[in-house]
Design a protein around this ligand. Sequence first.
Ligand code: C2E
Ligand code: MG
Ligand code: MG
Ligand code: MG
Length: 289
Amino acid sequence: RGRLFHYDEQILAEREAPATTHARHDLERRLRQALAEQALELHYQPLLELGSGRVGAVEALARWHDPVLGPVTPGEFIAVAEESGLIVDLGRWALAQACHDAAGWAAGPSVAVNVSAVQLAQRSFITDVTDALAGSGLPPSRLCLEITETAAIADLCETARRLNELRAMGVTVALDDFGTGHSSLTMLRRLPVSVVKIDKSFTGRITDDAADATLVRLVTDAAHVLGMTVCAEGIETAEQAAQLAAMGCDLVQGWLIAPAQPGPQALAAWLRRHDAGEGHPQPAPLPLG
Ligand code: C2E
Ligand code: MG
Ligand code: MG
Ligand code: MG
């Protein structure tokens, strides 16, 4: 059995490794070209405040449709961008584009932009944020940066220092995908964030799994004790939203409210329908606390 396994592995390695490497290089080359041609787009997904029913913020999500490969998911191209260093250019573009779009929604919701740990570690990062704000005229109070823990943050002290610098500018910082990967209570304690986004791998099963419900409640309570706001990701049913409201969760995001809207105009149209009380099923307003 051991030999057979070894043999299979060897065949797999010989047959698939070159192809995989080739596909990876091809994806990297196409992504570099797409960035140069400004062919990526930002879609915008609303975050709903459970207390008021208002849209507190919208999250910018990168989309890429390659002419040959078709749509490539962020799960695929963000990983390639992080490994190749292209994430620095991609991130700078996303920041500038999101600030520009949000500046167009006068007095509208804040915009949340995803930032990978690789990008945050760059010396130029604070300048990129300052430039995006200055270039668009967006007030810093309407920008939120979602720090995603795909790679372990090597230097917590240095990261905390940078995040404090951003906070001093008036920018909001959120810890994304809480409960997955490298994110931990240590991060919550040591990083100066004011929003915690609980990952859908936890929020997805709260109506069926008592242990997941307990964990989400504990994280919500802990975040509130630390003075932070809590957003639940991946909310697909009214039952989930009602349960989160009962737990005192502040914001929900997910297909129940709206999927990511394809561009700033589609978002503006969605916001108008939302303000008029039309469209998506509103989660029942529950008394908080
Ligand atoms: P994220 O920041 O946690 O974004 C939320 C993801 O959940 C998005 O996936 C969104 O489309 C998806 N989602 C929203 N509501 C629901 C729902 O009700 N059910 C389910 N199953 N999924 C839902 P998406 O757009 O594929 O992006 C995946 C990840 O890629 C993002 O996760 C983020 O980490 C990363 N990403 C996307 N755009 C950027 C970017 O511009 N820069 C960086 N650094 N990362 C990005
Ligand atoms: Mg995010
Ligand atoms: Mg997330
Ligand atoms: Mg996620």
